[in-house]
Design a protein around this ligand. Structure first.
Ligand SMILES: NC(=O)c1ccc[n+]([C@@H]2O[C@H](COP(=O)([O-])OP(=O)(O)OC[C@H]3O[C@@H](n4cnc5c(N)ncnc54)[C@H](OP(=O)(O)O)[C@@H]3O)[C@@H](O)[C@H]2O)c1
Length: 335
């Protein structure tokens, strides 16, 4: 079987394809033929070697994937050969609070999905909603579940809430799609008018071009009659957090998710002028994933795939993703 491994930290050229022996499933293990995988922002950081010292050279990258069960080990009861499955981002987080210890997830501190076959403990797998292709399912484990946790598990989104999403990456597009399932009003920011038009087709109630209108927080206030939004899915970090605080009402919530606009520095924010509840999101547990899939299956939600590359083109897929022009998800089809 073939696996990509990160030979040296750097750019997409550091991804090396290696031939390896197909593993055999042991007690409670399932052998999955990976049919598709997808790229998240953290995968670019891991490739560049800026995700922290706990990622080792030689790791198989990518957390997200989908495939089919080709063999099961002794004692496996949750799955059978032929089942369509996705691995969970955190193999040891089944439900409840996040366990302690290293939690970098698949493709971080544990070999990931950019390979032909992978062994997974049966507890770290979940079924694919039947209306989804392998390519669509491969977008769910990190990006969709993070959006779900930010909106639903941690923030208890209600119908009629005004939700703000930032940009058009994987997490933000799922946040828009999922917030609409709950009857929320969604205001989405983006860097381009073309992407704004696509956001509207996905159900965004209002869009703001944050390049043309750097005071997007004031625009959110204007759109909410001076009150402010109820919830911001904060994927920007240091460069957007101050404006996110100014975008919410005094009972507003900010789900701290990412750092697209910088890890440190940037503008400050005035905690005293706005009271907001902040939560740090950590993808989610298997139980959260199961709950989200019920909603996705019931509403036949279709993940937004920007572009699909072949397995042999994985470095080109990274190249395309790192240019940050995508809308939604970038997927690798394993054939
Ligand atoms: N805590 C967790 O559990 C968790 C889980 C998943 C992801 N994350 C984090 O969440 C963030 C988003 O991840 P992702 O995979 O969805 O990213 P992504 O797909 O790479 O997002 C790319 C998009 O972000 C938008 N963007 C870039 N800079 C921006 C800025 N300054 N302000 C607003 N939007 C900006 C751009 O869209 P436009 O051109 O439309 O502006 C760009 O196309 C990352 O920081 C990631 O590490 C955290």
């Amino acid at each position: 079987m073939r696996s990509y491994r990160i030979d040296e930290f750097g750019g997409p050229a550091s991804l090396k394809i290696v031939a390896e022996e197909t593993p055999r499933p042991g007690l409670h293990q399932v052998l999955v033929r990976v049919r598709a995988s997808s790229i998240n922002f953290r995968d670019g950081m891991i490739l560049k070697g800026v995700f922290g010292p706990m990622v080792s050279r030689g790791i198989v990258p990518l957390s997200d994937g989908a495939g089919e069960v080709v063999a099961i080990g002794e004692g496996v009861t949750r799955f059978k050969v032929g089942d369509r499955v996705m691995p969970t981002f955190h193999p040891h987080w089944i439900g409840g609070k996040r366990p302690e210890g290293s939690m970098l997830g698949l493709g971080g501190d544990t070999d990931g999905t950019l390979r032909d076959q992978m062994l997974v403990n049966e507890q770290a797998l979940i079924g694919i909603p039947s209306h989804l292709s392998f390519e669509q399912a491969a977008t769910l484990p990190c990006a969709a579940l993070t959006a779900w946790s930010a909106l639903v598990t941690l923030q208890q989104l209600c119908p009629g809430d005004t939700v703000v999403t930032l940009g058009t990456g994987g997490v933000s597009i799922f946040a828009l799609q999922l917030a609409k399932l709950f009857g929320a009003r969604v205001i989405s920011t983006t860097s381009s008018d073309e992407k704004a038009a696509r956001l509207k087709t996905l159900g965004a109630d209002e869009t703001i071009n944050y390049k043309a209108n750097p005071d997007w927080d004031a625009e959110i206030k204007r759109l909410t009659a001076g009150k402010g939004a109820d919830l911001v899915v904060e994927v920007g970090g240091a460069g957007t957090l101050g404006k996110s605080f100014h975008s919410v009402n005094p009972n507003g919530r900010i789900a701290i998710v990412g750092l697209l606009a910088g890890m440190s520095g940037g503008e400050g924010f005035d905690f005293l002028s706005w009271i907001a509840t902040t939560y740090r999101t950590g993808v989610g547990s298997r139980q959260d994933f199961e709950q989200m899939n019920k909603a996705i299956a019931y509403h036949q939600l279709a993940p937004v795939i920007d572009k699909t590359f072949d397995f042999s083109e994985a470095p080109a897929a990274y190249e395309y993703f790192l240019a940050q022009r995508h809308f939604g998800k970038v997927v690798i089809s394993h054939g």
